[in-house]
Design a protein around this ligand. Structure first.
Ligand code: HEM
Length: 82
């Protein structure tokens, strides 16, 4: 979703696990308010593995162009959506 929420389906399992773990332990940071820090810190290692398995097995959409911004009300504030 424009301007800052990336598509995740079809990313590699190890990459997704790596990013969520880096947020959880404080090695990856996004612009404040860092919504992904809040998301990742609520996920257990088993949750991270499960979500990475599911996402990595999905087929990316044929048209990968982003949805327009503010299509839906965000559940958390994200710095990169401003
Ligand atoms: C369990 C739920 C979620 C999972 C598994 C998840 C997973 C991820 C992953 C793996 C990335 C990194 C993508 C990359 O490096 O290419 C990412 C980035 C991002 N996600 Fe999430 N996400 C979740 C929920 C959310 C929610 C609820 C929001 C918005 C309210 C959100 C907003 C973002 C944003 C803005 C980024 C980019 C951060 C940056 O600027 O680096 N995510 N997400």
């Amino acid at each position: 979703m424009e301007p800052g929420i990336p598509g995740l389906v079809g990313l590699r399992h190890a990459y997704i696990v790596g990013q969520l773990t880096r947020w959880k332990v404080g090695e990856r940071h996004a612009k404040e308010p860092d919504c992904m820090k809040r998301v990742a810190s609520r996920l257990s290692d088993a949750d991270i593995s499960a979500v990475a398995a599911w996402l990595s097995q999905q087929q990316p959409p044929k048209d990968p162009s982003p949805e327009s911004s503010n299509l839906v009300r965000m559940p958390l504030a994200c710095g990169s959506q401003r």
